[in-house]
Design a protein around this ligand. Structure first.
Ligand code: C2E
Ligand code: CA
Ligand code: CA
Ligand code: CA
Length: 278
């Protein structure tokens, strides 16, 4: 009947409005958080395992909400990447690194800081001028910077990406292949893009000393790095036998909970300063 159709129509309309209100609520909340600059860099120390000294850090994003809850990136990065909001978040993070660790890095020119980029950052060359503007005449010199690109998400335009790599490297910054061994593009990226560093994923480090296959993979990636003249960073190191294994293999650098979790800026600065006074 007509009445039935009208009632159903109105009902469908109301449900639709309710769903879109729900969705808007979620996405508006995230956009608001981005505008309110609620994303902060945490700093995980990277250690030179030959000397035991802190060589630098990796910047890992945290969403710190009004009530103080710390949200890890796994909960919002997929959304931030899908919407492109990650570009604005990364821009804000870079600016905050200057405030957080600029003075420390000026006083310790050997320290390096590593920032994660995503596939979206290689869709156009804007990132190059953002890096240049953010760090020009800042406490952090271009040659103290490193940018990580994961092999887990495909880069859409390898030629443009290669051009962007070259411009970043011409500034004096380094490029690292992140999560090496876990994705699909890895070897092609190594061939095409001209990396300086390979970061070998926790997935493999977890099983060295127990599993011959994982050791073979770590060994082979280290061999590739060696032959290409690249250095290597091992991720997710959380046991002393793993450190010994990596030292024997000749891997220079490592990060992981055995050294330190990612830290808020003040704690990272205090840790480096305490070590420097030893
Ligand atoms: P990732 O780049 O591979 O970063 C290393 C992750 O492993 C971090 O997780 C770190 O806290 C964790 N980790 C380090 N050492 C250990 C360890 O010994 N044991 C264990 N269990 N975990 C360890 P987090 O901070 O949750 O970040 C997860 C991922 O989110 C990162 O993986 C990276 O892909 C992404 N991410 C984080 N921050 C950013 C960012 O600012 N921008 C972009 N584009 N991605 C980011
Ligand atoms: Ca990374
Ligand atoms: Ca990684
Ligand atoms: Ca990883």
């Amino acid at each position: 009947s007509i009445i039935g159709a009208v009632v159903t129509g109105i009902f469908t309309l109301l449900v639709g409005m309710w769903i879109s209100w729900q969705q808007n609520d979620g996405s508006d909340e995230f956009s608001r958080a981005v505008s309110a600059q609620e994303f902060y860099p945490y700093y995980q120390p990277v250690v030179d395992i030959m000397t035991g000294k802190i060589a630098g850090c990796e910047v890992l994003v945290r969403w710190i909400r009004d009530d103080g809850t710390v949200v890890p990136p796994g909960a919002f990065l997929p959304y931030a990447e899908a919407t492109g909001l990650i570009r604005e978040i990364t821009r804000q993070l870079m600016i905050k690194t200057v405030e957080d660790i600029g003075p420390l890095y000026k006083a310790n020119p050997q320290l390096k800081v590593s920032i994660n980029l995503t596939a979206t950052h290689f869709d156009n060359a804007d990132i190059v001028s953002e890096i240049r503007q953010t760090y020009y005449n800042s406490g952090i010199a271009y040659r103290q910077l490193m940018f990580e690109v994961t092999e887990q998400h495909p880069l859409r335009d390898l030629d443009l990406s290669q051009q962007i790599f070259k411009e970043i490297q011409a500034m004096g910054a380094k490029m690292a292949l992140d999560d090496a061994g876990t994705g699909h593009g890895g070897l092609a990226y190594l061939q095409k893009l001209g990396f300086d560093i390979i970061k070998i994923d926790k997935m493999f480090i977890d099983h060295v000393c127990y599993d011959v296959t994982s050791e073979t993979i770590v060994h082979s990636l280290h061999d590739i790095a060696d032959r290409l003249g690249l250095s290597m960073i091992a991720e997710g190191v959380d046991a002393t036998d793993q450190i010994r294994y990596l030292q024997n293999l000749g891997v220079e650098m490592a990060q992981g909970f055995i050294f330190s979790k990612p830290l808020p800026a003040s704690e990272f600065v205090a840790l480096v300063e305490a070590k420097a006074n030893l």
